[in-house]
Design a protein. Structure first.
Length: 156
């Protein structure tokens, strides 16, 4: 988790009772996590709600950006679903990575694949680096420790 004090984030907060509880592994400019969507996450029958698809992708990109470049906020998010949507009840593999940086602007991408490696959703985002984020003053904000050898995500 990019913020050691952020335990209530909807996507990655350990203490949020209705959160997604994502756990990321960190590599060089990349992150990975897995998630199994359940019925309470449903949009159409059997499919993950599109807003939650966007949340997963945004969170993967945000973790890659913040862990690599520092505090940032999402400025733009574009999501493209592939095929017939993102199914419930299957392990989803999330990957996020940095594509480029231009001053305070960081371009990132993320995708969701199934166990077979089939691309289910892809996103591109623009993130703006900021000196601080609301609520972080005095919070003990620290970047995650450098990823241990072997913990880097597979190719993005």
């Amino acid at each position: 988790m990019p913020y050691e004090s952020d335990r209530y984030c909807f996507a990655c907060g350990e203490e949020n009772p209705i959160g997604l509880h994502l756990r990321f592994t960190y590599g060089e400019g990349r992150v990975e996590a897995t998630f199994v969507a359940e019925r309470p996450h449903q949009g159409y029958p059997g499919l993950l709600h599109g807003g939650l698809v966007a949340t997963l992708l945004d969170e993967a990109m945000a973790h890659a950006v913040i862990a690599t470049c520092g505090p940032a906020v999402t400025g733009e998010l574009r999501v493209r679903l592939r095929g017939r949507g993102v199914p419930l009840g299957q392990t989803l593999h999330l990957r996020g990575w940095i594509r480029a940086r231009r001053g305070r602007l960081v371009l990132a991408e993320a995708h969701i694949c199934d166990d077979k490696g089939t691309l289910l959703a892809h996103s591109e985002g623009k993130f703006m680096l900021t000196a601080s984020l609301p609520g972080l003053q005095g919070s003990g904000y620290r970047l995650p420790p450098t990823a241990a050898p072997g913990s880097a995500p597979r190719g993005a």
